[in-house]
Design a protein around this ligand. Structure first.
Ligand SMILES: *[C@@H]1O[C@H](CO)[C@@H](O)[C@H](O)[C@H]1NC(C)=O
Ligand SMILES: *[C@@H]1O[C@H](CO)[C@@H](O)[C@H](O)[C@H]1NC(C)=O
Ligand SMILES: *[C@@H]1O[C@H](CO)[C@@H](O)[C@H](O)[C@H]1NC(C)=O
Ligand SMILES: *[C@@H]1O[C@H](CO)[C@@H](O)[C@H](O)[C@H]1NC(C)=O
Length: 243
């Protein structure tokens, strides 16, 4: 490749990334109109807490990224059920307002650009309870634990093993919407998975074609052990015959 051609490609890459970076910055806006068109009543780009005024009884949320909304009591920090919102500056979603709560807590998950190669697990559903995260090169846990929710960002794939001695794990692929945007969150809010080891990628599976689908979902494309092995073998046979 000539150096002129290489610098041309670099330039194109820089133009694309600088255009895209603005679009993927996380935010949450809460409106008092059903179309999310007026000026937002509450707005944040990082986790914050607002004093919640008496009299605000209807709210609609528009977010970029992955956020939670909690209505909490002033005194002891007791909160109502956590509400989760995700999107790419698209939906205008109804917020079930808990009046007379005193505090409105807005929590942002993950990095501002929605691409970080990190997976975070929570003991409770809806990203509640104690949490831990894993980054490359992964982690082996002496004591496996049951997690109830998790999220990860970007075009990343993680392998989850129930026990660190297991040979095979379950592959968690980024969702299709993340695949088409190049950024965003893949998550589950209500599950039960035993985590004994976490590895970045699913290297033993990478030779298998992912298959193209246009269904947009926020749940990961998971792949159970036997299915993966069958795909892997079928893929290998296909490659050895036709390549
Ligand atoms: C809705 O929010 C706007 C902007 O903050 C405010 O001017 C307006 O009075 C609010 N309307 C209602 C019905 O609360
Ligand atoms: C979890 O989030 C969903 C959707 O935001 C909400 O309806 C549900 O009440 C929450 N559950 C708990 C246990 O917080
Ligand atoms: C956003 O709206 C689309 C189309 O109505 C829907 O399929 C999708 O589930 C919504 N996303 C969220 C996070 O609510
Ligand atoms: C986890 O354990 C496996 C098997 O013993 C080992 O190959 C791997 O390097 C370990 N990973 C980390 C991050 O310690």
């Amino acid at each position: 490749m000539s150096s002129n051609y290489a610098s041309f490609l670099t330039l194109i890459f820089l133009i694309i990334t600088s255009t895209v970076t603005g679009q993927r910055s996380q935010f949450i806006n809460l409106y008092n109109s059903t179309q999310c068109l007026t000026a937002p009543v509450f707005s944040a780009t990082a986790s914050t807490t607002y004093t919640f005024p008496v009299g605000v009884s209807t709210l609609y949320a528009q977010v970029n990224g992955l956020w939670s909304v909690d209505f909490c009591r002033n005194d002891n920090g007791e909160c109502h059920d956590r509400l989760i919102y995700s999107g790419q500056h698209d939906n205008c979603s109804f917020v079930a307002v808990m009046e007379y709560c005193g505090l409105l807590k807005l929590t942002r998950f993950g990095d501002v650009n929605q691409i970080e190669r990190t997976i975070r697990f929570f003991a409770g559903p809806n990203f509640t309870g104690s949490s831990f995260f894993v980054e490359p090169p992964g982690k082996n846990f002496t004591q496996p634990s049951i997690i109830r929710s998790y999220y990860f960002s970007g075009l990343n794939i993680w392998e989850l093993k129930a026990d660190k001695t297991d040979v095979w794990g379950t592959c968690r692929f980024y969702s299709d919407i993340v695949g088409s945007n190049g950024y965003g969150f893949t998550y589950q809010t209500n599950t039960a998975i035993q985590i004994g080891a976490v590895l970045p990628g699913c290297d033993w599976l990478i030779t298998t074609p992912r298959g193209s689908t246009t269904i947009h979902s926020t749940t990961p494309n998971s792949c159970e052990n036997m299915k993966c092995i069958i795909f892997f073998i079928a893929g290998s046979i296909f490659l050895s015959i036709f390549m």
